[in-house]
Write a protein that binds this ligand. Structure first.
Ligand code: ATP
Length: 248
């Protein structure tokens, strides 16, 4: 593990319901201020990997039974999701999970719940987030449940940013969105990465889009990493082209 890795996952196994072995020894690293993608088909284990890192498996009767998860060099396996958020690691779950009956701005403010600094700092960050997502500013008073899928995805990322994270785990940001909107969202992610230094680990089925923005990728199949490499090398790989990019 390099010194400048913000996240180092080594050989983790995850079991659901005490018996179903779903992750069979997954290892990956994310460099500080990097963008790394976990790729693979539906059911390969991408979501399980993210949830293992952020300790969100309990609700689904899953647990990490082996391996280690180091965030900034410290073992975090067993920390509560809130403790992880306080340390700077937060997950944006698949399906966006905005509070439909709250306004966009109220949703964003819920993201500040772990912070102990003052209202002024939180207000400043809200404005900063509106800078990245002008669309959210326009829609700040709208009930999230009545906004578009793209706006809800932006809201979910914006809410995560309100916790002042060092790293965001982003599960399937492209899901159900038109290509143009997906591109907009990836551009903003890239911008946040560049300007704030926030690291991203994203799970994506949209291999093509993910490999345009990530610098490194891991390809998963049935609970294992079967290939990894720089985004450039994966884009040129014949198997990746055939099975994941659809350009045989
Ligand atoms: P998706 O694109 O659907 O998110 P994925 O690559 O993220 O796919 P996972 O959701 O991590 O895949 O699922 C990996 C495997 O674990 C699948 O075979 C799935 O059926 C199984 N699985 C997921 N959640 C549970 C659960 N709560 N109990 C039992 N098995 C589960």
């Amino acid at each position: 593990t390099a010194h400048d890795d913000i996240l180092a996952v080594s050989n983790i196994e995850v079991v659901y319901d005490h018996v179903i072995l779903v992750l069979k020894g997954v290892s990956l690293t994310v460099p500080r201020s990097g963008i790394v993608a976990i790729l693979g088909a539906n059911g390969a284990g991408k979501t399980t990997t993210l949830k293992a890192i952020s300790n969100l498996l309990h609700a689904e009767r899953g647990e990490v039974t082996k391996g280690s998860i180091l965030f900034e060099g410290e073992e975090v396996h067993g920390l509560s999701p809130n403790d992880l958020v306080r340390r700077g690691c937060i997950q944006v779950m698949e399906g966006r999970h905005c509070f439909g009956h709250l306004s966009i701005e109220e949703n964003l403010m819920t993201g500040a719940f772990t912070r102990r600094d003052g209202k002024a700092a939180i207000r400043d960050d809200l404005e900063k987030i509106y800078g990245y997502f002008p669309r959210l500013k326009q829609r700040r008073g709208s009930m999230a449940g009545y906004t578009s899928g793209g706006e809800q995805q932006m809201c979910a990322i914006g809410r995560a940013l309100m916790s002042r994270p060092k790293m965001i785990l982003l599960d399937e940001p492209s899901m159900g969105l038109a290509p143009q909107i997906v591109e907009q969202i990836f551009e903003i992610v890239k911008d946040i990465n560049t300007k704030e230094g926030v690291s991203f680990l994203l799970a994506e089925q949209n291999t093509n889009m993910a490999l345009r923005y990530a610098t490194y990728g891991y390809i998963m199949e049935t609970g294992r990493v079967v290939m990894d490499g720089t985004a450039a090398s994966l884009r040129e790989n014949e198997d990746v082209k055939e099975f994941y990019l659809g350009v045989a």
